[in-house]
Design a protein around this ligand. Structure first.
Ligand SMILES: C[S@@+](CC[C@H](N)C(=O)[O-])C[C@H]1O[C@@H](n2cnc3c(N)ncnc32)[C@H](O)[C@@H]1O
Length: 516
């Protein structure tokens, strides 16, 4: 008999034939013998087309521990989990699955036992497993049938009710089995209006990783703009099915194209805001799998780029009513002073560049370390000027006439949570300064804006997103979005009963390059 591999002309034909055999349930050993390929080859192929490693498709998994050890709910806007979490049936086998610490925190903060949680990008069922462990009902769908198959296997474990924390008003609950099915997040006809208590989901990041081998409905096949258009259908459905005053948490990351950043996170926030949601919290999720030493350190400096090391977890809320929250504040006046900043000198040991998009700096030298990194990395030795917003200052401006490599705009007044009018005035002034000063920044030079989110009333004003929306000059390309955090302080995990909100502990540096 002729070897089928010889008859199939192309690699693609071979792969299609193998996928068809797999779909018919032919064992890997037979496929390997028939097509002359290794088990590893089959596994790689399935992983590519279905998002799952073949070895993951075991029927039962051993469960060592049902709950994470020493778990504490997050209290600030920076969430950082050094271990991804492998309690219950969680593991990293599904491509791009999220750490179970994320849905666990969201579920505990924004729902009660017995309530209904929806995850419309179920993947391997991380949210569904957490719902089962925490006594929440869960509906989870995914366009990928293999993901749902895996999610069913992952949800197939017993919860020891006596050892669990499944209580509601003192009544012990039984764990609810999650309802898992193949479906499309853009269309949720099986859910009534205002019927869901919490949405907790993790979409593809446009077309970075494909999850299926079919373009039919899989959002991971869409380029950024079309992906956002499709996500606006998801956001509309989310708004319809969620109960008023309840939350919708979405994890999303930025993308890089030609050494510049595409702010997919901020763009997706706009999509959900346009659907009618308000922003309750904007959490930064740190990623710990970034290499920051040796080769990466040298390349990061040589080619002047930072490794993406954070994602965003916006937590939206469907407002009770659609009336605006506050109106009629008069414009506050914020002036600026220049130049205030001498290039800081630091002890040799501390004199190192940051190489990822998350800069964690010690409280003591925080401002000096931040300034030094910005000035040394982005002024190219070609001079710099700084502009610092000062609340209600009457100082005149006297901007330098010389060309410079870096314009650095700082806004420490945001730390005292200004009014909506103060924020609008700040954005307007920032735009004016950039327009006025840009001709004095040399081509190839940088504009860096240090900013931070502020809470106004019940909601968050995402200032970095608003600055990115406001700066529209074609000659400025967004090169990096950096998150700056002070090293973890003992206060970070202190739980206060009065704290209805997360403490905002991060700032941003928006780094623009002048390209012409
Ligand atoms: C980032 S993964 C989710 C991972 C999941 N949080 C986990 O922990 O396993 C994104 C998922 O979205 C699914 N997906 C893509 N387009 C979809 C659509 N239109 N409706 C529902 N799911 C979709 C993909 O199949 C993929 O499983």
């Amino acid at each position: 008999m002729a070897n089928p591999r010889m008859i199939l002309k192309t690699e693609q034909e071979l792969q299609e034939a193998i996928l068809q055999e797999k779909a018919r349930g032919v064992p890997d050993i037979e496929i390997g013998q028939k097509y002359g390929v290794t088990f590893r080859y089959i596994e790689k192929l399935i992983t590519k087309s279905k998002g799952i490693a073949v070895s993951a498709l075991r029927d039962y998994k051993k469960v060592k521990a049902l709950y994470p050890k020493d778990f504490k709910e997050e209290q600030t806007t920076v969430w950082s989990f050094k271990q991804r979490g492998n309690w219950a049936t969680h593991s990293g086998e599904y491509r791009g699955n999220w750490s179970p610490y994320i849905p666990r925190n969201v579920i505990l903060k924004y729902s009660k036992p017995g309530e209904l949680v929806l995850d419309y990008f179920c993947g391997a069922g991380t949210t569904a497993v957490e719902c089962k462990l925490l006594g929440r009902k869960c509906i989870a769908i995914d366009i990928n049938d293999k993901a749902i198959e895996l999610a069913r296997k992952n949800s197939n474990f017993k919860v020891d009710v006596k050892q669990s924390a499944l209580f509601d008003d003192g009544i012990q609950l039984q764990p609810y089995e999650p309802q898992l099915s193949v479906g499309d997040a853009r269309d949720l006809p099986f859910l009534n209006d205002s019927s869901v208590d919490l949405i907790c989901a993790h979409p593809p990041y446009a077309n970075i990783i494909h999850y299926t081998d079919s373009e039919q409905g899989d959002l991971s096949f869409f380029e950024t703009d079309d992906f956002l258009k499709e996500m606006s259908k998801v956001a509309k459905e989310s708004f319809r099915v969620l109960k008023p005053s309840r939350q919708c948490a979405i994890l999303i990351g930025d993308m890089r194209r030609k050494k510049h950043v595409i702010p997919l996170g901020f763009k997706l926030i706009n999509v959900y805001l346009d659907a009618g949601f308000k922003l309750k919290e904007l959490v930064i999720k740190r990623q710990h799998n970034c290499k920051t030493t040796g080769f990466w350190y040298t390349s990061s400096i040589k080619h002047n780029f930072l490794l993406l090391a954070h994602e965003y977890l916006p937590i939206f809320e469907k407002p009770k009513s659609l009336t605006p929250l506050s109106v009629g504040e008069s414009l506050a006046d914020y002036a600026w002073i220049v130049p205030t900043l001498a290039r800081p000198t630091l002890k040799k040991k501390l004199d190192e560049f940051e190489t990822t998009t998350v800069w964690v700096l010690p409280e003591k030298d925080f401002e000096a370390r931040l300034n030094k990194n910005v000035i040394d990395r982005y002024s190219n030795g070609a001079g710099y000027s700084t502009i610092t917003f000062v609340s209600h200052s009457e100082s005149d401006t006297c901007l330098t006439k010389d060309k410079k490599g870096l314009l650095f705009i700082k806004s420490p007044f945001l730390a005292s949570n200004p009014s909506r009018a103060g924020v609008d005035c700040y954005l307007q002034k920032t735009k004016e300064i950039v327009a006025y000063e840009l001709p004095r920044v040399s081509t190839g030079g940088f504009v860096v804006i240090q900013t931070q989110d502020v809470r106004i009333g019940e909601y968050v004003e995402p200032m970095a997103k608003r600055v990115v929306d406001a700066i529209t000059s074609g000659s400025l390309w967004l090169k990096e979005i950096v998150v700056v955090v002070q090293e973890k302080s003992k206060l970070d995990n202190v739980v206060s009963d009065n704290d209805r909100y997360l403490r905002i502990t991060h700032q941003y540096l928006l780094i623009y390059k002048k390209v012409y």
